[in-house]
Design a protein around this ligand. Sequence first.
Ligand code: SF4
Ligand code: F3S
Length: 104
Amino acid sequence: TYVVTDNCIRCKYTDCVEVCPVDCFYEGENFLVIHPDECIDCGVCEPECPAEAIKPDTEPGLDKWLKINADFSTQWPNITKKKDPLPEAEEMDGIEGKYEKYFS
Ligand code: SF4
Ligand code: F3S
């Protein structure tokens, strides 16, 4: 599966949802996640994200993000249409450790 990772937080550009052939993105207030059981590993969303937040879970160190994607994708609503990024997207893009900073 592919996973949405830290840099989506407080950016949420949503370009990713337009290209997913199986509509497996789910939307929280501050970031999106991918449902790991629905993702077919096509990889087309990865280059679409302006924040480079989407990664294959085969990359090392993504265990935490796999769990976050798995957990929230069962709680959040599906999103299939692109919308405006969050107002703070540009200034938040590239800030490290957003999950720790804002959600713990
Ligand atoms: Fe959707 Fe393909 Fe991205 Fe998985 S890898 S979330 S199926 S676009
Ligand atoms: Fe997030 Fe990138 Fe999609 S910032 S909403 S994963 S396009």
